[in-house]
Design a protein around this ligand. Sequence first.
Ligand code: HEM
Length: 300
Amino acid sequence: MQHPVGYIIAADGSAHLTSFWALLFNPWVGWQYLHNMGGAVITGAFVMAAVGAFYVLSRRQEEYGRIFLRLGVTAAVIASVFQIFPSGDGQGKMVALHQPATLAAMEGLFKTEKGAPIAIVGQPNVAEQRLDNPILIPKALSFLTYNRWGAEVKGLDAFPRDHWPDNIPLLYFSYHMMVGLGTIFIAITMVAAFLLWRKRLYGARWMLWILMLSFPFPYIANTAGWMTAELGRQPWLVYGLMRTSEGFSPLVSAGNGWFTLLGFMGMYAVLSIIFLFLIWREIEHGPRLLNGAVKTEGAA
Ligand code: HEM
């Protein structure tokens, strides 16, 4: 859907797969897979570090808490760096190569520029076709995209209006939220890893509080990343081939769509509540001995 390959379009307009290998080795897929898996590892590692911080702060299961912290912080710092480079960088280069209009919208770049800057902060103003209140790093977008400070990056003005993503502000903010959180993850985990290395992490209560309270943020970063990918592909269902407006079934009524959506929302709400309840119960119990006895306070 993001970068269709290995197909032909038949006389009746339908697409046919001609090469399974081209599909399997689609260059988009490799980076997408690594970046998604990186997001999953960050999430797991942050949860593990948060549970460890909770045990150490509350002086329960402290030995296990320290193991969780060691493993969680080590995995989190590696995965957080990996998420920005090479996997985030690789994803970005794919978007620049195959979906340049998406890149322009993600970055809030309305006008084609040589030596294009990167916006750290700013609000896209689509009506006026500019970024309001921007804080920019000059030439950084050109360098990150093409490895040349003066390279030309196409802005939205280089593409017909009906090829622009439909919701540019939401796309821009989702992308900036993902990248902003990714940068914060690196900062937090590097400080935590430094303290771990200097053998000061378990006593640094301020850092343990930060680790404990940070666990929801990778979930938010993953959701923002997913929104970036999906909003960024618009107005296409299959990029460059089939528009989203052509991809709905005329046989399914709006009422049916709502009914199914509400059904899924209800089901997921119930599953989430059960999930949170069971996870909380496991954390409360703490790790058990192999013989089934519950570990008690401070036991190794
Ligand atoms: C720190 C710098 C980061 C950069 C430069 C970056 C870059 C990107 C890019 C360019 C995309 C593709 C957007 C598209 O297909 O239109 C993407 C997607 C995504 N990102 Fe990031 N990202 C970063 C951090 C993160 C973090 C910290 C997480 C999660 C913990 C994350 C999770 C995701 C997810 C889940 C997707 C959707 C992938 C898909 O299904 O296509 N990213 N990212």
